[in-house]
Design a protein around this ligand. Structure first.
Ligand code: G4P
Length: 529
């Protein structure tokens, strides 16, 4: 079921996120892409937040980061005849859960690597997440204007550490002060680098053909000869680009450049819009939903509370998976089985502030949330089904919450419920006592939660250590066995914020022994929403 307009709009969309280690250049390259998409006029507008950040306290920094990731959560811009949606992921490691979930809402990813540092931990982790859904990855090796490592060595590292084949698309000519440009291995064009053009769209100075005498004139005969030999070597020793292998997540096309110098980015973007997949079909518990399906469907991958402190609003970010969003349309909110009319969804055209009345597969819309929407929720045009694969990760750090004023219990519960809905923390309520235990993946999350409880819910709380080492979600098909397990293991069982049964283990050894004792009970490290 598809109509031509639906197929056309869907075919135009390219929805992706950037995966990288902090400082590799994600912010910088985002800004240059917006420049190419005419979404901003002068580079520097995104970047200036960084300077602000340095000047402020840690607290403010966090708040500001939150602000930034809100205003730039979704950036939509046209490029090369396509409509590109770039979903931002929070930079700080402690918010990685949010990043993981954002990766479930994209069709491909751009991996930015600092050429001097090579593959770093966070990139490895994010890559593992991309693997779960075989997300195609395009690679940009950044900072060629510095003395980086040998490009062949960098590609080798990507291949061995990340276990993905590399197909160089462009090849750098020199590096650091001697960086002259890139050679496009498939178009047979040399793009020459000029310093100091980072703030605008640089002129594309090109030489057609590696064998052109112009190459010798511009680069000098020695360098030209060296380049020709190197290119021959690289062609022989590396993988060739294979669209299918890229789409299967087995091979990554690699581009070189400098985000700061806004060079090599254009070639990468050209490759991106040409090869990156359009909106893909997505799995639900009932059937696979192709993007071309005419009936509207989508899922919520992120909730952001209190974006505007004066209005206390909460926005749910929904990825459109099929059909079309149209202002005033009626949608079924599947989990609560309710039909809602959506009149005021937000759309995110970075270049055009005017209200957009429709959205297509691959686009993100923001729904005003009055506490009924949770991460992972599915919206349809009446069909009863749920999108699967939006993960919730087992926390590694735990604290018990203590109220300074015991009369504020209600406000505390409300705050924790909303913050856990948003994914800012996870809450566990033991079956055996009235404790409230918070779980986090990174320690900074606790500070954020305390700060936000105070600012947004007027609740002062403290944390205490608690004897919990790790958590696992419990699944069992046999109700009788589950009951028995609940009875016997109740001291270590809790209900989480979403109402799911969780085993909170005091030690790894305890977890292991319990698992051995109950072989038919599944102890899951992730919970699907
Ligand atoms: P992130 O979002 O991935 O954390 O990285 P970001 O873009 O903020 O870049 C991290 C640092 O690397 C910044 O320097 C940025 O200017 C620099 N950088 C980014 N791309 C390039 C590049 O192609 N070449 C070089 N030489 N540097 C690059 P900073 O000192 O932390 O900030 P700033 O003072 O320069 O703004």
């Amino acid at each position: 079921m598809s109509n031509p307009k639906q197929a056309q709009e869907t075919g135009l969309r390219r929805t992706f996120a950037i995966i990288s280690h902090p400082d590799a250049g994600k912010t910088t390259i985002t800004e240059k892409m917006l420049l190419f998409g005419n979404a901003i006029q002068l580079a520097g507008s995104v970047k200036s937040k960084r300077d602000d950040r340095h000047a402020t306290s840690d607290w403010m920094k966090m708040e500001q980061e939150r602000g930034i990731s809100v205003t730039t959560s979704v950036m939509q811009f046209p490029y090369g005849g396509r409509m590109v949606n770039l979903l931002d992921t929070p930079g700080h490691e402690d918010f990685s859960e949010d990043t993981y979930r954002t990766l479930t809402a994209v069709d491909s990813a751009l991996m930015v690597i600092d050429g001097a540092k090579g593959v770093e931990d966070r990139t490895i982790k994010l890559m593992e997440v991309c693997r779960l859904r075989t997300t195609p990855i395009l690679t940009f090796v950044n900072k060629m204007d510095r003395d980086i490592r040998d490009p062949i060595e960098v590609m080798d590292e990507v291949e061995t550490v990340l276990n993905i084949q590399c197909a160089p698309m462009t090849w750098p000519i020199g590096m650091g002060r001697q960086f002259k440009g890139v050679y496009h291995l498939y178009n047979d064009v040399i793009h020459l680098y000029t310093q100091g053009q980072g703030n605008r769209i640089p002129e594309d100075k090109r030489i057609e053909g590696l064998d052109s005498p112009e190459v010798d004139e511009v680069l000098g005969e020695d360098l030209a000869e060296e380049l020709r030999m190197e290119v021959e070597l690289v062609r022989g020793a590396s993988h060739s680009f294979d669209l299918e292998a890229y789409r299967r997540g087995e091979l990554t096309p690699v581009y070189f450049g400098t985000a700061m110098g806004n060079f090599g980015v254009r070639e990468m973007l050209d490759g991106f819009v040409e090869y990156a997949p359009p909106p893909q079909a997505r799995e639900t518990d009932v059937r696979e939903v192709p993007a071309e399906d005419e009936r509207f469907t989508g899922f919520v991958f992120k909730i952001q509370a209190n974006m505007d402190p004066n209005h206390r609003d909460r926005i749910a970010f929904l990825r459109v998976c099929s059909g079309k969003y149209q202002k005033n349309m009626k949608m079924r909110h599947v989990r609560i089985n309710k039909d809602v009319k959506i009149a005021d969804a937000l759309t995110f055209m970075a270049s055009d502030r005017a209200h957009v009345e429709e959205a297509w597969p691959g686009d993100i819309i923001g729904l005003h949330n009055h506490g009924t929407i949770q991460i992972g929720d599915t919206f349809t045009q009446g069909e009863d089904m749920r999108f699967t694969g939006i993960p919730h990760f087992a926390p590694e750090l735990f604290k018990r919450v203590r109220l300074k004023d015991p009369l504020k219990m209600k406000a505390l519960q409300k705050g924790l419920q909303q913050l856990s809905e948003e994914g800012a923390t996870q809450v566990f309520m033991p079956l055996d006592n009235n404790d409230l235990i918070l779980g986090a993946v990174g320690t900074l999350q606790f500070d954020v939660v305390a700060h936000r409880l105070k600012e947004e819910y007027k609740v002062d709380c403290m944390y205490e250590g608690v004897n919990v080492n790790t958590a696992r979600w419990i699944y069992c098909d046999d109700p009788k066995m589950l009951e028995e397990f609940k009875r016997k293991a109740s001291t270590n069982l809790a209900i989480d914020g979403g109402g799911y049964l969780t085993y909170i283990a005091p030690t790894r050894v305890n977890l292991q022994m319990t698992q051995e004792r109950w072989p038919d009970i599944r102890f899951r490290e992730t919970r699907e929403h």
